[in-house]
Design a protein around this ligand. Structure first.
Ligand SMILES: Cc1cc2nc3c(=O)[nH]c(=O)nc-3n(C[C@H](O)[C@H](O)[C@H](O)COP(=O)(O)O)c2cc1C
Length: 447
């Protein structure tokens, strides 16, 4: 099985299955010394965990992250980060009576076609359980982004036909469906419970926004930022569509309506766009506005409502799926989607860092700081030598000023400065200050 790894500069590999002893991940590509709060990894896992409310599966998993390597005393060590999560509440027996039945909307049939293996025990690698590893990886990525001022916020925008009408980001974590509209939250919750009572399930739409996304992320051809975002978001089980900015709606607009007009923001001293139809990317590259994207989530396939299907011999069967399933995946997909966006952004940021090695403002300033320190160290060394000369002169009764030497020195200094393209004024004033300091030092010692 391939396709378990994502990323170029920042690589993640996930492993494990829903009914094995562990699931886990390995993250590679981070430099040492980056602060990582392991409580924050657990916090994100708790947001995705089953059994957190009445509208998600009651499977009992504590999803405790075990940090195996790569983080020591709250900082990255630069070695691969490995995190394990134990599966505690596997019940493969729940699935035994389904072992010969093709479940509509379920991945098992496609797995049979591809691998010749029919794993009836609740999804294996295709299970929503695998996404716990992605959330743990995303929690590391989110902290790297936070240190750069970047924040990712996901919320349920629609469940079934019930759409959020207002967006109040402070509401998201206060309701079980993770929507940003308090009133819609009540209706959405009722709709999910109603569908569940009827033995059915519901889909919806999740919106993800990235605040303070730096400009310049994304490559112009195969790794356009939205192409990589689409890849990871579409890799989440049950996600059926992705859109950036206005997405499909853009096809209804005229160019004059869709184009995001530029202006210069004098307060922020940067160019901005008045509207955000493009979702913050142009030519596959972020341009400094917030990113806005959405994903469509299908209604989960495991439902108790009776469905017509066949067994693997092709005989008709009436199917009602028991067991512990999500009646709507949206509330649990929100943290998974945020994690996917975080992984893509960190990967692109690290690629961009490599590209601009030595060219970014911060890096150039760092180099200047190093040179300034060297200048001061050299000056300090010079002053020590002056003190030695003064001591020598005192011992040997030599006069303080050697006019001839100073004249020669000035001549030589000017010639060297000219050759190095250093302005004469600057060279002269520097030498004057240095010589004045030397005279003072010698004078003090010889007094
Ligand atoms: C967090 C999460 C929880 C999920 N829970 C369920 C579930 O309880 N029942 C179900 O049928 N599918 C569930 N799914 C969806 C399946 O994993 C998904 O439908 C399956 O992998 C097939 O992939 P596809 O729908 O993209 O074709 C869940 C997905 C996620 C991300």
């Amino acid at each position: 099985m391939s396709g378990n790894v994502f990323g170029s500069a920042f690589r993640v590999m996930t492993f494990g299955e829903s009914h094995g002893p562990f699931i886990g991940l390995v993250l590679d590509g981070l430099k040492p010394g980056l602060p990582i709060d392991t409580d924050q990894i657990q916090f994100e896992l708790n947001r995705r965990r089953p059994g957190q409310s009445s509208v998600v599966t009651p499977r009992k998993e504590t999803d405790q992250a075990e940090i195996i390597s790569g983080i020591f005393e709250g900082k990255t060590t630069g070695t691969p980060i490995c995190i394990l999560i134990k599966n505690r509440d596997q019940r493969p027996g729940d699935y035994r009576k389904l072992q010969h039945i093709l479940r509509p909307g379920h991945a098992a049939y496609a797995f049979l076609q591809k691998y010749g293996i029919f794993d009836y025990r609740g999804g294996g690698r295709a299970s929503g359980r695998e996404t716990a590893t992605r959330v743990a990886a995303g929690a590391v990525a989110k902290q790297i982004l936070k240190n750069r001022g970047v924040e990712i916020i996901g919320f349920t925008q629609r469940i079934g036909d019930i759409e959020a009408q207002t967006i109040d980001l402070t509401e998201i974590e206060k309701n079980p469906v993770r929507t940003a509209d308090r009133q819609a939250a009540v209706k959405m919750t009722q709709a999910i419970l109603q569908a569940q009572q009827e033995g059915d399930s519901l889909g919806g739409v999740i919106e993800i926004r990235v605040k303070n996304c730096p400009a310049g992320l994304g490559e112009p051809v195969f790794n356009k930022l939205e192409a990589d975002l689409a890849q990871l978001l579409m890799s989440i089980g049950a996600v059926k569509a992705f859109e950036m900015g206005d997405g499909f709606q853009a096809s209804h607009l005229m160019g004059s309506e869709f184009n995001d007009a530029f202006y210069f923001d004098h307060k922020q001293k940067r160019f901005r766009t008045r509207t955000h139809h493009g979702g913050g990317v142009l030519g596959g590259i972020s341009h400094g506005e917030d990113l806005i994207m959405r994903i469509a989530v299908k209604p989960p396939s495991s439902i108790t409502k009776e469905q017509d299907t066949v067994d693997i011999q092709g005989n008709p069967v009436k199917l009602s799926i028991e067991g512990r399933h999500d009646p709507c995946i949206c509330p649990r997909i929100v943290p998974v989607a945020e994690a996917m966006v975080a992984l893509v952004l960190v990967d692109h940021i690290l690629m961009q860092d490599r590209l601009s090695q030595g060219f970014s403002l911060t890096e150039i300033r760092d180099q200047i700081d190093v040179l300034d320190t060297q200048l001061l160290l050299l000056l300090a060394q010079r002053r020590n030598l002056i003190r030695k000369i003064a001591a020598y002169k005192a011992k040997n009764f030599r006069k303080i000023h050697d006019t001839k030497r100073e004249e020669d020195k000035t001549k030589q200094w000017r010639e060297q400065a000219r050759a190095l393209d250093i302005p004469e004024d600057l060279a002269d004033s520097l030498l004057r200050s240095i010589l004045a300091d030397s005279h003072q030092l010698q004078g003090n010692i010889l007094k």
